[in-house]
Design a protein around this ligand. Structure first.
Ligand code: SAM
Length: 222
């Protein structure tokens, strides 16, 4: 395999640190996880350009900066119970697995979930559990979560996910109808039935398809 460790360090320095990502654990995790192992064959040389890349099922591996930004927004740290919706390539789950004790991640496409599972095994990342299914319903048996990261954009913050947050827990999710631009929201559970919401600006994500997401192939509420 190509040795891209220099490119990886450069990516962290130029695209993350200098653009305002400060969390040392996130930066360290992104120095460790080989993104080239999560892109499709033939795309390895682009692994450290700061952009999304195509993967199977018409999906994408997210841009490194946005992965780091979402994790920093979520304030994840050691000991946190974390859920990711939208495993995709498995890259973001791999990064989180270097920071927290255990990562739960859900992907609706069985093929993507299986490929991610094999990648984790090959890299020896044993603290990631992958499930195939509709992540808008969360992972009730593993709740409550300190952080839930949704890597696809929905019509709103799914209630099931809000209810699976611990008090103080944070849900990070892109929301909006426009396929070109959505808003990145942070929903914090402030009490048993109270939540606060912050808007972290414009982003562009693939659609969240599911019971509390969009209908397949168009942005119409299910
Ligand atoms: N985190 C991924 C990575 O690091 O490669 C990027 C994820 S990609 C931008 C979004 C993923 O969300 C896609 O793989 C898509 O199939 C998945 N997805 C969309 N709706 C979903 C749902 N309701 N439940 C689970 N996964 C979903």
């Amino acid at each position: 395999m190509l040795d891209l460790s220099r490119e990886r360090r450069r990516m962290v320095d130029v695209h993350l640190s200098r653009r305002g990502i400060h969390d040392r654990e996130i930066l360290q995790a992104m120095r460790e996880v080989p993104r080239e192992a999560f892109v499709d064959p033939g795309f390895e040389e682009f692994a450290y350009e700061d952009g999304p890349l195509p993967i199977a099922e018409g999906q994408t591996i997210s841009q490194p900066y946005i992965v780091a930004f979402m994790l920093e927004m979520a304030g994840i740290g050691p000991g946190d119970q974390v859920l990711e919706v939208g495993t995709g390539s498995g890259y973001a789950a791999a990064v989180m697995s270097r920071i927290v004790d255990h990562v739960y991640t859900i992907e609706r496409h069985a093929g993507l979930a299986e490929t991610a599972r094999r990648r984790f095994e090959k890299l020896g990342y044993r603290n990631i559990e992958v499930r195939t299914g509709d992540g808008t319903k969360g992972w009730p048996e593993a709740a409550p979560f300190d952080a839930i990261i949704v890597a696809a954009s929905g019509p709103g913050a799914p209630l099931a996910l809000q209810q699976q947050l611990d008090v103080g827990g944070r849900l990070i999710i892109p929301v909006g109808e426009d396929p070109e631009e959505q808003r990145l929201l942070k929903v914090t559970r402030t009490g048993a039935s109270t939540y606060s919401e912050e808007d972290f600006g414009a982003v562009r994500f693939v659609p969240l398809i599911g019971e509390e997401g969009w209908r397949e192939d168009n942005r119409i509420r299910t």
